[in-house]
Design a protein around this ligand. Structure first.
Ligand code: ACO
Length: 380
């Protein structure tokens, strides 16, 4: 188990670990990232096996409860989720009141805050109330993201359909049309792959907020702010922006040389933990390949390969999940700015599983710093 004995006295000459690189901050039973074997396990199950055979609802149950659901347990969770899909009026009004000039991540962050403010159980830290809040956000975020995309396109809200699973209903609300089974499956795979990734920056943020005994909605709101940045979730949008800048596969190598020459970070490549490839990429790349075929867009597949090949050759840096996810969401018809909110709708499962784990065995997260400012001096 974790140690709570580190006294500040024993740390008078602490080593500074900038960016907390290599620091093990606590234990977790939610997921295991193993860069040596290039694997990611959700509660012990390889993520690529879950992505290949389970629905996002089943994976959510697994992450929250530690085991895959029985058919009855899944039916209970699905019934509750389908019953909560419609946006309450204050949430819908809050989304519609925000300017379309703001980033959709600001809309997500605000919507979660409003959902929390209207929940009479927001301050109840009991496990049953926490689980209900997690499931409420899980059910409502698709409606928030779908409405936001539609209003930006000048379109009206599409009501949810309770005869569809999570992924199919999400696409239905976003586009107002049923999507082909291959597209629904591709979207579901992306949701499963994005759902959880141990102590990444946004999950750690959610745990820091929870460690102060603040409520779950505050933790998720803060996590959304953290995910927004292009070094984290915002990278899936930046990948698409780069694809648009490059245009065609034959221009990828020259574009990369210019970008690297200008010391730009290439979004969708590299990872703090994985140095030999992101374990989620093969599943998402196979899914992107299916979409490229479904939408008959071989040009996008060629551009993907050309940039990845040039990056491997020049820098030996491999793609992360955002690299195939960006163009996949583009092919499905989402606007580029909506890609990170899609990540939110998925990762809210991981965040809330960590909030509940943190709450169950809490210690205030409060690191130290080494002071490098002026020595003590008199106020003139
Ligand atoms: N483009 C260009 N160079 C890179 C990239 C990149 N994407 N990633 C790493 N490098 C270089 C660094 O500049 C550094 O070079 P140097 O030693 O010459 O200074 C070297 O590779 C080592 O990288 P670090 O900066 O130590 O890697 P770190 O662990 O700090 O960063 C990070 C990881 C932030 C993800 C980085 O790879 C990056 O900025 N990538 C682009 C953003 C991105 O795709 N984020 C998504 C993360 S995954 C997710 O949220 C699903």
């Amino acid at each position: 188990s974790s140690t709570r004995t580190g006294s500040t006295a024993a740390l008078t000459q602490p080593e500074v670990r900038k960016g907390l690189v290599g620091v093990v901050a606590d234990v977790t039973a939610v997921s295991k990232v193993d860069p040596d074997t290039n694997s990611l396990l959700y509660r012990g199950y390889p993520v690529q096996d879950l992505a290949g055979s389970k629905t996002f609802e089943e994976v959510a149950y697994l992450l929250w409860h530690g085991e895959l659901p029985t058919p009855d347990e899944l039916a209970v969770q699905n019934r509750a989720e389908r019953g909560r899909r419609g946006l309450p009026d204050p949430v819908r009004d809050a989304v519609l009141a925000l300017p379309t000039t703001c980033h959709p991540m600001d809309v997500c962050r605000t919507a979660v805050s409003v959902i929390g403010a209207h929940d009479p159980e927001a301050e109840d830290p009991g496990p049953a109330a926490e689980q209900e809040k997690a499931e409420r956000l899980f059910a409502l975020l698709p409606a928030v993201v779908a409405l936001d995309q539609r209003r930006r396109r000048g379109l009206d809200l599409v009501e949810p359909r309770d005869d569809l699973g999570y992924a199919a209903n999400f696409l239905w609300m976003a586009f107002g049309e049923e999507q082909a089974p291959e597209v629904v499956r591709a979207f579901e795979v992306s949701m499963v792959l994005y759902a959880e990734h141990s102590f990444n920056a946004s999950t750690f943020t959610a745990r820091v907020v929870t460690s102060t005994l603040a409520d779950l909605y505050s933790a998720v709101t803060a996590a959304i702010g953290t995910l927004k940045g292009p070094l984290h979730g915002g990278a899936n949008e930046a990948v698409m922006a780069a694809f648009e800048e490059i245009g065609t596969a034959d221009r990828a190598a020259a574009w990369l040389d210019d970008a690297l020459g200008a010391k730009r970070k290439i979004m969708g490549f590299g990872h703090r933990v994985y140095k030999r490839g992101d374990s989620r990429v093969p599943s998402m790349k196979a899914t992107l390949d299916d979409l490229v075929e479904h939408y008959d867009r071989p040009d996008l597949g060629e551009l993907y390969d050309a940039l990845a090949g040039a990056m491997a050759e020049r820098k030996n840096i491999l793609p992360n999940l955002d690299y195939p996810a960006g163009p996949a969401y583009h092919l499905m018809g989402f606007d580029t700015q909506m890609f990170t909110p899609l990540f939110v709708a998925s990762r809210v499962v991981g965040w809330t599983a960590h909030v509940m784990e943190q709450r169950a065995d809490n210690a205030l997260i409060r690191p130290l710093s080494r002071y490098v400012g002026p020595a003590r001096r008199e106020v003139p």
